[in-house]
Write a protein that binds this ligand. Structure first.
Ligand code: SD4
Length: 323
């Protein structure tokens, strides 16, 4: 996927990936009654199929929570995306390990880290949220929980990612790179017609990371945070910098204090610049949505964009940036 390409606004009626079983199949116009919020889906990078899936569901009356889960699932199943779900790049030992989290409008949250045998980490995270008294399960415990809840056991290493890993082994070079394939995590926020916000974030993490390394994406407050009274935020890029700033939580709290989503994202990236003298060596990007449907987006380096689905239209929008 060429995420740097600016995709012009497209009418997407019929262009989406189709409805998943169980979703409502009614004309969007049916739901456009007065007093209803105009649904919005936004997501990091340029994953049009994911935002179209979620956006169409929202137009048809789905909840933000269902839409956000099914939206990011599209990328988890996309074998060409080498940083999310099946087909994700492995760690230095050759293990593909997934991190994901999800947050519901009522403030509930679920997460999994170091999940090894299931494409849909976000759905396992949702089960953790709904079926356990906990927020996060890790490693073998997360895999065991997934097995017990009927998730199909899969090998997440595809022939293509195994081949790329073999190539990488030749030099074993380990350095963060900006705006290349190791930065494609999907973080998504959905606002439904009832005005409720839900969010999800899912990744295989940095390519060829240390075995056991977990980034920001499954950490509530870092890769994702929302407060249904205020809005939500998601992050992508160098997880260590996002964790150290608790970036998504910070953005929501700044919005609570009256900052716009854009101002909140900019303040947070500026703080990361101050905290990290090597900020030129990595990318971080944030995306925020408030209860009024206002969007903010800011990143360190040029090259990051996000997708927005609203009013039957899916648009890829280049983000403003610091450098
Ligand atoms: C991580 N934030 O594991 C993730 C990586 C990422 O696009 O965003 N990739 O640090």
């Amino acid at each position: 996927m060429k995420r740097r390409n600016f995709i012009k606004a497209t009418g997407i009626a019929g262009a989406g990936a189709g409805l998943l079983p169980g979703t409502l199949n009614l004309n969007a116009a049916t739901f456009r009654k007065e007093g209803k919020t105009t649904p919005i889906c936004i997501a990091t990078w340029n994953f049009p199929n994911a935002s179209i899936r979620a956006g169409e569901m929202l137009e048809q009356g789905a909840t933000a929570l269902d839409a956000v889960e099914q939206g990011v699932m599209v990328e988890e199943a996309n074998l060409k995306n080498t940083t999310v779900g099946k087909g994700g790049a492995p760690d230095r030992e050759g293990n593909v390990t997934l991190d994901a989290c999800i947050m519901a409008p009522n403030g509930d949250a679920g997460a999994v880290v170091y999940l090894k045998n299931n494409t849909h980490a976000v759905s396992v995270a949702r089960k953790v949220m709904e079926e356990t008294p906990h927020v996060m399960l890790a490693g073998e415990g997360a895999d065991q929980f997934a097995r017990q809840h009927g998730f199909e056991q899969e090998n997440l290493l595809t022939p293509e990612s195994a081949k790329a890993y073999k190539e990488w082994l030749k030099n074993k070079e380990y350095k963060p790179l900006i705006n290349i394939e190791n930065h494609d995590t999907i973080g998504m926020l959905c606002l439904d017609e009832k005005g409720d916000i839900a969010g999800a974030c899912t990744t295989s993490g940095l390519s060829y990371k240390m075995n056991g390394r977990v980034g920001d994406s499954p950490i509530i407050g870092a890769g994702l945070f929302l407060d249904n009274e205020i809005g939500g935020a998601v992050g992508t890029g160098m997880g260590e910098a996002i964790m150290k700033s608790v970036g998504s939580f910070l953005i929501v709290e700044l919005m609570r204090q009256g900052k716009s989503p854009q101002e909140a994202c900019e303040i947070t990236v500026n703080r990361i610049v101050k905290q990290n003298p090597n900020y030129k060596d990595f990318q971080v990007a944030f995306l925020a949505l408030d209860k009024n449907g206002e969007i903010g987006s800011y990143c360190l380096h040029k090259g990051y964009s996000y997708v927005k689905y609203k009013d039957n239209k899916n648009t890829n929008i280049p983000s403003q940036y610091y450098l």
